[in-house]
Design a protein around this ligand. Sequence first.
Ligand code: 5GP
Ligand code: ZN
Length: 113
Amino acid sequence: MDCIFCQIVSGKIPSDVVHQDEEVIAFRDIKPQAPVHILVIPKRHIPSLAQLTEDELPVITHMVEVANQLAKREGIADRGYRLAINCGPEGGQLVPHLHLHLLGGRKLSDELG
Ligand code: 5GP
Ligand code: ZN
């Protein structure tokens, strides 16, 4: 239980929560890389995309659905935004608990990596 995002789910580590339901929680990134930078994560601990089982696949759909709703609520849906999931060390994943980045509110880099 030393996973930092599991501790955010349980409330042990405070965070700026913007959405919560049975499956997922969304909160503002502590070190935002854009005016809107929200992380959408499954409540259950899934280490990364690479560890996702077939049974767990629907949570990705739900994470995208929540991110799309949040983009609307944050007023960036029309201007455009980016959803990103980093996977593993070379994919830039620092926290080993699956998370979807919602980034927007400025023109994002055309470079992806
Ligand atoms: P990754 O590089 O793993 O894809 O992204 C991890 C993200 O989690 C980073 O953008 C980082 O700023 C964010 N982060 C790490 N620790 C915390 C924390 O304790 N609280 C919040 N709100 N965000 C965190
Ligand atoms: Zn975790």
